[in-house]
Design a protein around this ligand. Structure first.
Ligand code: HEM
Length: 202
């Protein structure tokens, strides 16, 4: 049951955050759709094999996970005395690692840390310590590759087959991005979008 909760909620939240960030950033949406549509050509659907060529899509998903990871990793217990930043950490101390804080930290990601800018992650491996959406070490998420592939495939299909508009007088500038929840951070306000078919033969 824990595996089901830990897999469905995390993957769904990350996918919804990716869609939210893409529609909030028309520049990213245009570049992403250009890449997806040129890689897929005129086929009716995206094939999994098309995804390997979609380098910008991979950056978009990584950038989403940097800004919107599950907030905390699993609790660790210190096994031997160590010092971090002058603080003594004694054996038996329980440590909570704030993954959200690391991904959003302006000391790591500069003053535009909270801006959605996928290009910053070119040549960047997700398992570096500057972002830890899937944790680290022997208790890291065993499904990191699978979850990333599911999100990439879902986003590629949604943005290949449809254009998306924000309804009800809301636009990308005032789209509500408030976050809430634990152990997975979700949108406070549900995302509402209008799909428009792109190049469909009726
Ligand atoms: C975007 C989706 C996902 C994210 C962001 C995510 C993130 C995480 C994180 C942060 C941890 C704790 C790692 C640590 O403390 O070092 C974790 C553990 C785990 N995840 Fe994921 N996860 C995702 C999807 C999935 C999926 C799809 C599955 C299963 C199909 C899964 C199964 C697990 C399991 C079993 C653990 C516990 C590992 C252990 O205790 O050793 N996760 N995940």
């Amino acid at each position: 049951m824990n595996v089901i909760n830990g897999s469905v909620d995390t993957t769904t939240a990350a996918t919804i955050w990716a869609i939210s960030e893409i529609v909030k950033n028309p520049r990213v949406m245009q570049k992403l759709q250009g890449e997806i549509r040129s890689c897929v050509g005129g086929k009716p659907r995206v094939d999994e094999s098309d995804i390997t060529q979609m380098t910008y899509l991979k950056l978009v998903v990584k950038e989403t996970l940097r800004l919107h990871p599950p907030p905390f990793l699993l609790v660790r217990e210190c096994v031997s005395h160590c010092q971090i930043d002058g603080y003594d950490i004694l054996p038996g101390t329980r440590i909570l690692i704030n993954s959200w804080g690391i991904g959003n930290d302006s000391r790591i990601w500069t003053e535009n840390a909270t801006e959605f800018y996928p290009e910053r992650l070119e040549n960047f491996e997700v398992d570096q310590c500057e972002m830890v959406p899937f944790g680290g070490g022997r208790r890291s998420c065993p499904a990191a590759n699978m979850a990333t592939s599911i999100i990439e495939f879902t986003i590629a299909n949604l943005f290949y087959s449809f254009d998306w508009k924000i309804p009800n007088g809301v636009n990308n500038d005032n789209l509500d991005m408030e976050q809430e929840g634990f152990p997975v951070i979700k949108r406070k306000v549900p995302l509402c979008l209008v799909p428009m078919k792109h190049n469909w033969e009726d």
